[in-house]
Design a protein around this ligand. Structure first.
Ligand code: ATP
Length: 233
């Protein structure tokens, strides 16, 4: 298997709290992967460790064969669960900020995405609704020409109509040369776009399967299986 992301025996503690417990995971190139778990299961921690924003307590993470660090930041695009933009910015300032900051930022792609998302470059970030803000953050993260995209809860807290638009944009603007990991607990709305799913519970990977295999093997949707696996939590 041609792995893009390799995680080997990664643990992460915050003081005495164990957020990740010996996580090992391989993600191939060209896949959209759902990182699924209930609140507090370790999704954001795993995303941040992969993005190189948090040091691990134990284990190794590498992307395209390179250990996570300064060098991998240029091939990983991370959309955190909290916006990186400042409230004084207009949408066009946010785009300019990303363009100046990231060499691989594709301004033309950003324009097309803004258009698709019905976002106006003249709007102030502080006046955007939560759903519109999520659309902006997604546009910024996906307009980089990265090898790995990490989207932390891109549909958290937005209504079903906004969710559909965000998912359509991910599918429309995703390049098959790269891989994309999306963390969420809103499985039903999003499972149609996944090639593979990873279930994380209490900082441990409890399942990693291709979605088609999973549906054949269990005769269930990912959402049904998710509810079953996490029912006892
Ligand atoms: N900075 C921190 N200090 C202490 N504990 C933390 C910190 N960040 C996360 N944790 C704890 O680590 C565990 C995993 O948290 P994490 O944010 O990775 O989970 P999550 O799956 O992303 O949750 P959610 O869906 O609620 O965002 C939780 O028990 C959380 O309380």
């Amino acid at each position: 298997m041609d792995s893009l992301l390799e995680i080997k025996g990664v643990s992460k503690t915050y003081g005495s709290k164990h957020a990740l417990r010996g996580v090992s995971l391989n993600i191939p190139k060209g896949k959209i992967v759902g990182l699924l778990g209930t609140n507090g299961s370790g999704k954001s921690t795993l995303m941040k460790v992969t993005a190189g924003l948090l040091p691990v307590s134990n284990g190794q993470v590498s992307i395209d064969g390179i250990p996570v660090g300064l060098a991998t930041k240029s091939i990983v695009s991370f959309m955190p669960d909290k916006p990186l933009t400042e409230s004084w910015m207009k949408v066009r300032d946010a785009v300019g900020f990303y363009r100046d900051f990231y060499q691989d930022f594709d301004e033309e792609k950003a324009r097309q995405m803004l258009d698709f998302m019905n976002l106006n470059e003249k709007d102030r970030v502080s006046t955007l609704s939560k759903g519109m803000n999520e659309r902006l953050q997604l546009t910024l993260a996906m307009s980089r020409n990265a090898k790995l995209y990490l989207l932390d809860e891109p549909i958290g807290g937005v209504d079903p109509v906004a969710r559909t638009k965000i998912l359509d944009a991910i599918v429309e603007f995703y390049s098959e040369e790269s891989s994309l990991i999306i963390s969420t607990h809103l499985v039903r709305d999003i499972e149609r776009i996944f090639d593979e799913v990873v279930f994380i519970r209490d900082g441990e990977i409890v399942m990693h399967e291709e979605v088609e295999d999973l549906r054949i093997k269990h005769g269930k949707s990912v959402d049904d299986l998710f509810r079953e696996v996490f029912a006892e939590c």
